[in-house]
Design a protein around this ligand. Structure first.
Ligand SMILES: Nc1ncnc2c1ncn2[C@@H]1O[C@H](COP(=O)(O)OP(=O)(O)OP(=O)(O)O)[C@@H](O)[C@H]1O
Ligand SMILES: [Mg+2]
Length: 391
């Protein structure tokens, strides 16, 4: 084959890969097809696409030429394990003329290493990060050259970028869906709040103002009888105090005023003091957070505490707010009966919004949430807001 022919072939392959990676296919399907194309283009016998699971720190086979496609999802390598693991760990390619002489090589029976001799393994890099590893193997011993290495590198990086984009897109779509759900629930909550407020104004405050007016009227009618006037004015005074208290309570329910006046730490302390039926310990260290984050953390603590009072049968609950290594952490831990997390998986269907709301608030402020609970051992709700902590 002339150089020109080879170059044309490579261009065609890259075009094919671009088409594949921009089509609406899942990662497994793209990996399978890329594996077939790459095998043919490099005159290899088999190609493997391993993707890195960052959390597990393992490479997982995502695509391969038959018959190894049956091992997709099954064959795994730890980061640093085998030649592919080494390539993923150090983000560097490996050209291996005889893998039996390479100390990095690790035999995986399912991939029939005994059938192949030479190989090239290249990292799939997107924005400097390893997304996976692309391997080609040949049965006969051969020296893969620079041209093949360059081509494989290009293919690997095209795939890496496509996979990274698909992941980012997935995350964005998830976030958008969550925001939509949050908006709907906010509108519902607003409606509920309006009804509550209307009820409180109608049944409480207005009723008292009406009575107050009657007592003032009676006092006016009894101008000649100071004793009656005194009695009526006394009642009027009582009613105006009660109406004022009710107005205050109605407003308090709308916004955690305590935050504006005192800040999050003292706000949590006052939350603790206002709970009944359980002993609340509050430990707060000074943290400096934006106002909307303070409100979110306050509301999370409020719901977690309400759950303790409603469901836990606990004797004590600890609310702790402190800077931690990862950022700022809020923990609400009780020593109550706990619950089986799986059994409340369908809580949304049962119209329980507390934990769902906690999760949404945490996500909206970019915090991570861990709820740990087991029947009999109590519950812990932990929210960690990443980032530098300003004391
Ligand atoms: N601290 C806790 N201790 C024991 N069980 C809990 C605790 N927190 C939550 N649960 C369990 O999880 C369920 C779901 O809680 P969630 O706050 O979502 O709903 P809810 O409190 O029942 O209703 P809502 O919060 O919507 O008024 C509760 O019904 C309860 O069974
Ligand atoms: Mg609740």
């Amino acid at each position: 084959m002339s150089d020109q022919q080879a170059q044309n072939g490579n261009l065609e392959l890259l075009e094919h890969i671009i088409e594949l990676t921009s089509a609406d296919l899942d990662v497994g399907e793209v990996s399978r097809r890329v594996a077939a194309l790459v095998t043919a283009a490099t005159h290899s016998d088999v190609c493997f696409v391993h993707l890195l699971d960052e959390e597990l720190r393992r490479l997982i086979l995502a695509g391969a030429t038959p018959p190894f496609d049956e091992q997709v999802g099954i064959v795994q390598l730890a980061l640093g394990e085998g030649i592919a693991g080494w390539v993923a760990k150090f983000a560097r390619p490996a050209v291996v003329p005889d893998k039996w002489k390479d100390r990095r090589y690790r035999y995986i029976p399912e991939l029939r290493g005994e059938d192949f001799t030479s190989m090239v393994s290249v990292p799939m890099l997107a924005r400097g990060r390893v997304v996976g590893v692309l391997n080609v193997h040949s049965r006969a011993a051969r020296n893969y050259g620079d041209a093949e290495l360059a081509l494989l590198t290009q293919v690997a990086n095209l795939m890496a970028r496509a996979i990274e984009n698909a992941r980012l897109y997935g995350r964005l779509a998830e976030r958008e869906e969550m925001l939509e759900r949050f908006a709907t629930r906010t509108v519902e909550a607003q409606e509920l709040e309006r009804r509550r407020l209307a009820g409180e104004i109608h049944d409480g405050i207005s009723q008292r103002l009406v009575s107050l007016w009657y007592h003032l009227l009676a006092a006016e009618d009894a101008v000649g009888d100071p004793e009656v006037v005194r009695q009526e004015l006394g009642k009027a005074k009582e009613l105006s105090t009660a109406a004022l208290d009710e107005a205050r309570a109605a407003i308090m329910g709308l916004r955690p005023f305590v935050l504006d006046d005192l800040g999050l730490g003292p706000g949590l302390e006052s939350l603790g003091r206002s709970s009944s039926g359980v002993e609340v310990e509050v430990e707060v260290e000074p943290v400096d957070l934006p106002a909307h984050v303070e409100v979110a953390l306050y509301r999370i603590a409020q719901e977690a505490l309400q759950n303790v009072v409603k469901h836990a049968g606990a004797s004590t609950v600890l609310i702790r707010l402190a800077p931690s290594e990862e950022g700022v952490r809020l923990v609400v831990t009780d020593d109550g009966q706990g619950f089986d997390e799986d059994s409340i998986a369908g809580a949304e269907d049962r119209h329980s919004y507390g934990l769902v709301g906690i999760r949404e608030r945490a996500e909206l402020i970019g915090a991570s949430l861990t709820i740990t609970s087991r029947p009999g051992t109590g519950t812990s709700v932990e929210v960690t807001l990443p980032g530098p902590v300003r004391p």
